[in-house]
Write a protein that binds this ligand. Sequence first.
Ligand SMILES: [Zn+2]
Length: 394
Amino acid sequence: MHFIWEAVILRLPYNIFSMDIHLIRSSEVDKILFTKVVDLLQSIPGPIRICCEQEELINFDNDELQNIIIPDEEKWFRQEKVVYNYIAKESAMMPDFPLERKTASWESLFKKAAKYRLDKLIPSDQFVFLITDIPNKSNWFAALDVNNPFNGFIHADDWEYIIDCSAAFPVAYEVLALFLQKHLFNGVMELRQKVHGTSIGCVSDLCMNKREIILKLRTADICPSCMHTLKEQLPLNVIHHARMIMESLRVKMLFAQNFRQDVPLSRLIITPQKKLFLPDFDNQEVKLRPLEKALYFLFLENPDGIFLSNLCDHREKLYTIYTRLSNRGMLDEMKIRIDNMTNVLTNSASEKISRIRQVFEELIGQDLAEHYVIRGEVGEAKKIAIERNLVVEE
Ligand SMILES: [Zn+2]
């Protein structure tokens, strides 16, 4: 009995603070984006745990959405409005005006989080954040519920007009920001009064203009005053974990934005489970689907390159690699997939090569990616440029 009490007391400090963050997505949010957000937040193990059910989707009924026409004066002068951001990025297509969007009230967004909490019996001290593409009335990027600051929403859309990398970075950052802000301020009202109105690159910056959030992401910092408050509210290991994740988001975002071009190339590690990692680029994993990976390994094994028209000559080798990688489906089906990919009359191999390029570019930016992708001019053999002494099979 004594022993059990001791265990309870030892665990007490951690039970006071919620470390579990449940992420839910509304149905229009891209599953790949959502997965990337979760991956980014889970990439560093620690006390902050991200929980999600990928297939659980939150739907909005029509009566929960309102058509809102963005008025003329806001179009041009209110910087926090998304329209400003359309204008800010010259290359973006200007939307047709008047811009009319289905918009949700904050209450209906928070209700989704509250309902999920109720349905799934999530304890009151754990967070539930809704990730949604549906614009909210004041066009905020993220907010906590005044009535229950363990509920919140994060807006995942419109980022393409502001930032030249995946929206997963700002969305993941904002998950952490909401979590920290809950502990930084005594209630949401205090939060709205005390956040830094002028951006200083702290997690508590208000960022009325979405573009200002780029500064927060670049610094990935917590100012001394906010840090002082946090230390009174959260165990050090939790603060440390949050900062580690923020720092890893910062570094990964720099790679993705093509800012890290002056660094030496990373090794490419192939684990015994045939996973691919770039240990010198923040140890990012290159996630390819089995067929893409089979094709990639084939090109790795052929440093002189292969003409796509000759891919059919490598079918047997591809069968072998693919069956080692995938345990999905019958052997016959696997052969059909390989036959299809090596058939010059289909576009299948080119599509796989494009997708591999996309994965690398999103991880490390266009310039660095050139060394790792399968490439070659039309009429030339395609190859992977990287020196093979950098490819390490564990
Ligand atoms: Zn601060």
